[in-house]
Design a binder for this molecule. Structure first.
Ligand SMILES: CC(C)(COP(=O)(O)OP(=O)(O)OC[C@H]1O[C@@H](n2cnc3c(N)ncnc32)[C@H](O)[C@@H]1OP(=O)(O)O)[C@@H](O)C(=O)NCCC(=O)NCCS
Length: 337
């Protein structure tokens, strides 16, 4: 096939940043009725990183962004669009895209926030891909960043959630392919089923309440994220493989063609079930949840950066990404690296 006329979106730089403070399972044992054994068996997590007070998602995002910019070796002033994915913005509004844009000194460059929770990174990648392929923008900074730890219930009541999540950020620089060698994003595939909103959500604050903030919501713990863990588990194990199969079919490829699979790091048992469902050797699956926990939208770009820098992803490799999360939303992407 002559690919010389096909403009694709290539990743020209990657970076990630996590706050320095490590919280181990043993640290959590001191706060609630849980155990290192329970957490490792159910999720594969050993430790996660938590911010100190005063640090928000935009602060982690900016560090990851600077690393991706340095990796790409580009002048930040040449970035012509910013896309940020987070469910934990510094403020209820505006989103963190504009904060990142200002901190990088990008003048009046546009900044978009994507809110698709654990699928946020792939949804954001799909948006960036459309802009690049149509020639609208030539150098996009895509950042996914989360601070979960400041709004988790670290008591027995919230232990199913609070042991799973961590803070962190990952970033990419995306540009059009220069030489038509077939590298870049092959396709992205987005899915949702809004019938499951309340299965994984942060119910409050809500614009449906008047007034929005009442003390009972705090005492009842309704500002904390909640989930129906088993339902999330079952759906994640089904939907992520489905979305990868859709991507492979679209590109006339098979699972044997995939060199590296990066699933959203929700739970290591889910990642292993996804590998089993797809019949892909587990050695091809990137799994770093043991050190980071579930960092929501940031988990894929953190894992991607580690895999690239660690030499696990090489030029020409077929990289498959998939995510599942609140909404429910789920998604996949295929990239020729
Ligand atoms: C949360 C999850 C790990 C629970 O695992 P599980 O195998 O379903 O857990 P089980 O049902 O076997 O055990 C639940 C029991 O453990 C208890 N438990 C929950 N959290 C606990 C913790 N941190 N420590 C110890 N016990 C805990 C529950 O209270 C329950 O006790 P009970 O049986 O006495 O009522 C699992 O459902 C999961 O991973 N779900 C998906 C989560 C996820 O990925 N969310 C984000 C998606 S993007």
């Amino acid at each position: 096939m002559n690919t010389s006329m096909t403009v694709r979106t290539v990743v020209t730089g990657t970076g990630h940043f996590v706050p320095p403070r490590i919280v181990t399972n043993q640290d959590l044992e001191k706060l609630m009725d849980t155990s290192d054994e329970w957490i490792r068996e159910r999720s594969g997590i050993r430790e996660r990183h938590h911010v100190d007070a005063g640090v928000g998602a935009s602060d982690l995002a900016i560090e990851a962004a600077r690393r991706a910019i340095a990796d790409a070796g580009v002048d930040p002033a040449t970035i012509d669009f910013v896309i940020a994915a987070t469910l934990s913005p510094d403020h209820y509004f505006p989103g963190i895209g504009v904060i990142i844009q200002a901190k990088l000194g990008l003048g009046t460059t546009g900044a978009l926030d994507v809110r698709n929770q654990c699928s946020g990174f792939i949804y954001a990648l799909s948006v960036a891909d459309q802009y690049i392929r149509t020639g609208t923008y030539k150098r996009i900074l895509l950042v996914a960043a989360e601070v979960q730890s400041t709004n988790l219930d670290f008591t027995d009541r919230g232990r199913d959630m609070s042991v799973l999540f961590g803070d962190g950020a990952g970033a990419l620089i995306l540009e059009p392919s220069a030489d038509g060698d077939g590298r870049g994003v092959l396709s992205t595939h987005l899915f949702a089923d809004g019938n499951f909103v309340s299965h994984l959500w942060m119910e409050k604050p809500s614009s449906r309440d008047c007034p929005t903030f009442v003390p009972e919501f705090f005492t009842e713990g309704r500002f904390f994220p909640k989930m129906e863990g088993r339902n999330v588990f079952v759906n994640a194990c089904q939907r992520m493989p489905e979305s990868i199969r859709a991507a492979l079919e679209k590109n006339g490829l098979t699972i044997d063609d995939v060199d590296v699979l990066i699933p959203h790091q929700a739970n290591d048992r889910i990642s292993l079930m996804v590998a089993k469902g797809l019949k892909i050797p587990v050695e091809k699956v990137v799994r770093n949840i043991d050190r980071f926990g579930n960092t929501t939208a940031a988990s894929i770009p953190i894992a991607l950066d580690e895999a690239v820098k660690g030499g696990r992803i090489k030029r020409g490799d077929l990289v498959a990404l998939t995510a599942f999360g609140s909404g429910y939303t789920w998604a996949s992407a295929l990239l020729r690296w």
